[in-house]
Design a protein around this ligand. Sequence first.
Ligand code: UD1
Length: 364
Amino acid sequence: MKIASIVGARPNFVKIAPLAWEIAAREGIEHTIVHTGQHYDESMSDGFFESLEIPEPDINLGVGSDGHGRQTGRIMIELEPVLEELEPDWVVTVGDVNSTAAATMVAVKLGISTAHVEAGLRSFDRSMPEEINRMVTDAISDLHFVTEQSGHDNLVREGVDPSRIHFVGNIMIDSLVRALPKARELKAWERFGLEPGGYLLVTLHRPSNVDDHEQLEGLARALASMGKRRNVLFPAHPRTRRNLENFGLGKLLSEREGVALTEPMDYITFLSLVTSARALITDSGGIQEETTYLGIPCITLRSNTERPVTVEIGTNELVTPTGDGLLAAFEKLEAGNWKKGTVPRLWDGKTAVRIIDALSGALP
Ligand code: UD1
């Protein structure tokens, strides 16, 4: 069996790693990793391959950053001849980035069977580019691997035949389970002079939070004020870093005692910091899931989530993404009123085994 896995952006690498490990442990499967090059900075891409112990991508399309249409189009143009030559039995895509939707469209039109890992998630917010990517990918993929019941229900409602949907659990948790001993041992908080359990770890990169001056300023001011009471560590995505500088907000955070603005971090370092954080403040999708697994409070600065199980039974809360909303959530956290969560079904570190079993059993 020949599998081609397509990755492009940072969260994809965490989801493809367990598949790469599982395929390597089995006989008779040829695996090709194709990196579209959507993310290309050392801190957003190469560092992840190293810290996740995934082999270098076999092919890098080197597409880079651009507007949505141009980026998606370029991925399609570059990927088509690669898939024509590889002739895989399966193209596996993960997550909801532009690379996911672009690769699925190319593969389907070449008549190659496609499987989408993390299918069916819906925020019901079509202003999010990821929501469009999720809908396009799921509408045309052959097999759907879902992480939570809502994924299954959304797909069935959209007319997907239930026999094509597999509830396999959460593949990001496979990566987390494997990396956890190393991450704990690393004690990355010491490097930043932080007390375990005492600091807030922040990531923000959604266009809705970081592309608008007023919006970003409100959040940055709230973080700066929280820094007076708790250490705040903020590894900033390149988009966020650029906007902080363009809007003249960089100094508000970088010169504030108690707040540290850093480059994005590799997977193990960041996970190490998550394990001992007092709470996460984020607009990421994956971090809502990782904190739920670890039982760490997660303040999600969004008005919706495509991962409702993290709110229903996990430690995640949706918080109005404004300075006031964030400060109110902080007070609740400091008052010790944050909910305790439980771990969702099949988030057990064995999702890749179930996916490869299903792909082997359903050979096209
Ligand atoms: C993408 C995904 C988003 C995911 C995020 C994770 C889409 C639509 N969005 O958003 O779902 O949560 O990745 O990080 O696919 N840049 C660099 N270096 C890089 C990559 C990006 O400097 O290695 C800068 C560029 O200025 C670029 C901007 O970041 O224009 C945005 O990058 P892009 O890949 O378009 O989207 P993300 O915001 O990273």
